[in-house]
Design a protein around this ligand. Structure first.
Ligand code: ADP
Ligand code: MG
Ligand code: MG
Length: 885
């Protein structure tokens, strides 16, 4: 027996079910489920996604047995409806609708009125005694078939229609007479022949076959393919094809068609929400030919249908236990449902609906938590462009850091800082950014770069600051000298307004209106539930007391990464740092370090105080040296004065520190091994801060972290230094401080030898940015030129700097966790790489047994939600594998 490729639905019974989306597509599954619920659905059948895949496999031929099953089910439909396909008296007309597992733009549009030809048309006219209706349906069908199935430009037909309306002096299609439409139909057939060198197919079965093949064919259409690639949807799913009895919303004023949501999709309010048009076919609502009216008006126009519709939507919502969108058509006072699916909603609507449905006892708290998309939550944490605003997009870059920003264009960090002091709002536009630009980035409303990827300096820093950033916008060309940038032939000058949308990557001309999404009680409620269901701790990456405060506001349970080098970039400090690096003697270094000690100490006091007894992981210095070196001769000259070293000598030293590969060079603990006095100073600053606060009865938990360890002896030596200083300091202050010393696992060798390292580490923190770079042998700063191509071409499914590469980096992590805990059973382990705030990576961290993730303060709610969902996943949770940010 041939495989079953076709599933019938009709007469209150369907062969399929709502949970068969893989096989029947979302639309087909919904039609089957509604049919089984006794909801009126016009009869039809669904050809499966498997048939589509088999079709392609066989070189665009139907799999054996499929067509026979189509013919069979068509007979069932005919019987059900009491009509016959292609009949000269009582002809059945069909719609042919695509429908994949995921609702997807780019798939084939629906063809309505299929089965019409010169003969069946006359039958329809006779039967309905409505010539106008008949010809209206026919001219629509010819247009749709030519356009959607055969790919003829729709305008070829629309233009002729417009000419006709002009000749007749009417504004609407509905004002054309039967005779006008008859004439149009004849003209349309001629256009069809002219464009395709073939007559319009008169055989209904041939029409059907061509339409089905076109639905299948659209699966690999350019737009659909691109959409799937961009959204990480597999190309192997295939689309189903739904063939369904036509019902007519355009048979007069007791007919109509509409779409609705069971609740308001933008606010979540529990109120039926939708639109309809009387005397219209489905395409009219979407095409915006006439303006539809609110669905509530149906109550006056067709009260019986309205009551029935209300009953149906309530039944459906209760059955699906979720907010749905529905499509319906009324034919001469009889209501038919044409589609239902879980409705798309804004982030705030998602929260409201989930909370309300718990109150209504429709779902429980666990399901409510699982309903919220972590990626979507991001919308709520940043400013956004007023959804009602009309904007002019001029270019598109990478959506590097979400939110929106408006300001005047400025091209240097210094000027951005100066402008901010005058309370001007600016957008910093740079080819790319460097650590020197931090001040300007901080001062700007948003950042736009022409080069660099999702993990470029600009992107990483902006995300950390919670600042909107569009990166790698290759379409813009910056001319720093002239203080302009160009996009095509458009020139934007310094001082011109632009708007950035960091959530989509759009660059917009002028000043768009920004709005702040409201964080409502619903958000708080969901987060309370989230905290009940998660095991994984969530900390923040924060370098300053200000960041720490923001992090606490978002519910951070500690700081997982406090980077000390960021503290060095400040104007007043960088000089001392440079002195330290460039001095040739211990004495010189110590002189510089002495200047830095009180500065660092005050930083640590600020942060430790802010965190009120929560753990704070402080990483000792880890700069790729070049980031601190003086760049200009002026800098060197100024330095030579304060260091009392001749310029030439200093210049030579500066040059000697040049590294070919700074990321793999003299950085991290390698710096601590060669110049222990640097780490000594930092340990002292931390411990003095901790002791002073303890004496003031402020609880502190410093965790001192040694970076870039690859060999156990590196840690062993550094631990000795830190421990000695800690003991000295504690003795000096005559107090007690609970401090720990641990290390980052960010080199493959550290992961591989994690059992050897463990005796010298109180904790591990996975630095997955560096671990990804070193596992892949891939420089993050240089990857922007080819990594996107890798993802586009499918070499890599995902950018490993965005989501943890579970099969490579992830395996090293697992190994390190196992080996570390084989020595120290309860060793605390976390992650502090950028991945700590990315939902899929958070799920992974939960699964491998980390104690916490640490992420940018603005991502804390997202990480918490993902952590709760990971924990709930075992109990009927949802598949997060497609969720991205
Ligand atoms: P989409 O995936 O774009 O929602 P649909 O297959 O739902 O496409 O079709 C679009 C519109 O075509 C529907 O809203 C509906 O109004 C109309 N339509 C589809 N099938 C039928 C049918 N059997 N009878 C009447 N109208 C239909
Ligand atoms: Mg639809
Ligand atoms: Mg690192």
């Amino acid at each position: 027996m041939a495989k079953k490729y076709v599933y019938f639905f009709g007469n209150k019974k369907a062969e399929g079910k709502g949970d068969m989306k893989d096989l029947l597509g979302g639309k087909g599954a919904g039609l089957a489920e509604m049919t089984n619920l006794g909801i009126p659905v016009p009869s039809g059948f669904t050809i499966t996604t498997e048939a589509c895949n088999a079709f392609f496999k066989a070189g665009k031929k139907h799999p054996s047995g499929m067509w026979k099953q189509v013919e069979n089910d068509l007979k069932k439909v005919e019987k059900d409806m009491g009509m016959k396909f292609g009949d000269s008296k009582n002809p059945l007309l069909l719609s042919v609708r695509s429908g994949a597992k995921f609702s997807m733009p780019g798939m084939m549009d629906t063809v309505l009125n299929l089965g019409l030809n010169d003969v069946t048309l006359q039958a329809i006219i006779n039967k309905t005694n409505n010539k106008r209706f008949g010809y209206d349906a026919y001219r629509r069908f010819i247009t749709m078939f030519a356009n959607i199935v055969m790919g003829v430009d729709r305008m070829k037909f629309e233009n002729v229609l417009e000419v006709m309306k002009e000749q007749k002096g009417v504004a609407n299609d509905t004002d054309l007479t039967a005779e006008d439409l008859e004439k149009l139909s004849e003209q349309f057939k001629k256009i069809y022949k002219k464009e395709l060198k073939k007559d319009f197919p008169q055989d209904p079965y041939e029409q059907l076959k061509m339409a089905i093949n076109a639905v299948f064919g659209s699966w690999f259409g350019e737009r659909a393919y691109k959409y799937r690639t961009l959204n990480g949807i597999s190309h192997d799913l295939g689309t189903a094809c739904n063939v369904q009895t036509m019902v007519f919303g355009n048979m007069g004023n007791t007919s109509g068609t509409g779409v609705a949501f069971t609740r308001n999709p933008s606010t979540g309010e529990k109120k039926f929400f939708g639109e309809f048009l009387l005397n219209a076919q489905g395409e009219d609502v979407v095409a915006g030919i006439r303006t539809p009216v609110p669905v509530s008006r149906l109550q006056k126009k067709l009260p019986k249908c309205y009551d029935q519709l209300v009953k149906i939507y309530k039944k459906l919502e209760k059955h699906y236990k979720d907010m749905l969108d529905i499509e319906f058509t009324i034919q001469e006072g009889t209501l038919y449902m044409l589609q239902t699916r879980v409705g798309k909603r804004t982030a705030s609507a998602a929260l409201r609906i989930a909370v309300n449905m718990v109150k209504e006892k429709l779902i429980d708290k666990k399901i409510a938590v699982q309903r919220i998309d972590p990626a979507q939550l991001d919308q709520l944490l940043h400013l956004m462009i007023d959804p009602k605003a009309k904007v002019e997009k001029i270019a598109k870059g990478l959506p590097a850091s979400p939110g929106a920003a408006v300001g005047t264009v400025i091209f240097t960090a210094d000027e951005a800082e100066a402008a901010a002091e005058k309370n001007e709002k600016v957008i910093l536009v740079r080819t790319e950014t460097s650590p020197d630009d931090i001040g300007g980035m901080y001062a700007a409303q948003g950042i736009l770069t022409a080069r660099g990827g999702m993990t470029s300096h600009a992107a990483v820093v902006a995300r950390g600051m919670g600042k909107c950033c569009v990166a790698g916008c290759g379409a813009i060309t910056i001319n720093d000298e002239k203080k302009i940038f160009t996009v095509g032939d458009l020139t934007i000058k310094e001082g011109d307004y632009i708007t950035l949308n960091g959530t989509t990557g759009d660059v917009i001309l002028g000043e768009a209106k920004l709005v702040k999404p409201k964080l409502t009680g619903d958000f708080d409620q969901i987060m309370i539930w989230v905290d009940q269901y998660r095991k994984l701790g969530v900390r923040a990456n924060a370098d300053t007391p200000h960041d720490a405060k923001v992090a606490l506001g978002f519910g951070a349970e500690g700081i997982g990464l406090c980077r000390t080098e960021h503290m060095f970039f400040e104007e007043s400090r960088i000089k001392a740092v440079r002195e330290m690096i460039l001095s040739n003697s211990i004495e010189g270094r110590q002189k510089a370090l002495k200047k830095l000690l009180p500065m660092q100490k005050s930083d640590f006091i600020g942060i430790l105080k802010e965190m009120k007894g929560l753990p704070v992981t402080i990483r000792l210095l880890d700069p790729p040296l070049h980031e601190f070196l003086p760049h200009t001769d002026e800098d060197i000259k100024a330095l030579s004065k304060s260091m009392e070293v001749p310029v030439d000598k200093l210049r030579a030293k500066n040059a000697s520190l040049h590294e070919f590969n700074p990321m793999l060079g003299h950085r991290g603990c390698r710096l601590g091994v060669t110049y222990p006095e640097i780490y000594e100073m930092q340990a002292r600053a931390i411990m003095e801060a901790a002791c002073e606060l303890t004496k003031k009865k402020i609880k502190v938990i410093p965790e001192i972290m040694i970076p870039l360890v690859g060999h156990v002896n590196e840690l062993k030596q550094m631990r000795e230094v830190v421990e000695r200083v800690a003991k000295e300091t504690i003795a000096k202050y005559k107090t007690k401080v609970n401090y720990t010393i641990g290390t980052m696992i960010e080199l493959p060798r550290a992961a591989i030898t994690a059992d050897e390292i463990a005796p010298f580490a109180d904790f591990y923190s996975f630095g997955t940015n560096d671990l990804t770079q070193t596992t892949y042998g891939l420089s993050r700063d240089d990857a922007g030129t080819f990594l996107p191509t890798y993802v586009e071409k499918g070499v890599l499914e995902d950018d490993p700097f965005v989501t943890i590469d579970q099969k490579g980096v992830g395996v090293l992590m697992k190994m390190a966790i196992e080996k570390g805990r084989s020595v120290k059973k309860k060793m605390k382990m976390g992650i502090c790489g950028e991945h700590g705030g990315e939902p899929r990576s958070v799920v992974f961290c939960h699964q491998v047994g980390l104690n916490y993730v640490s992420c940018s303060p603005y991502r804390i709610p997202i990480a918490k939600l993902a952590a709760a969902q990971a924990n709930l996943a075992g109990t009927g949770g949802k598949d997060l594998s497609k969720s991205t940010v």
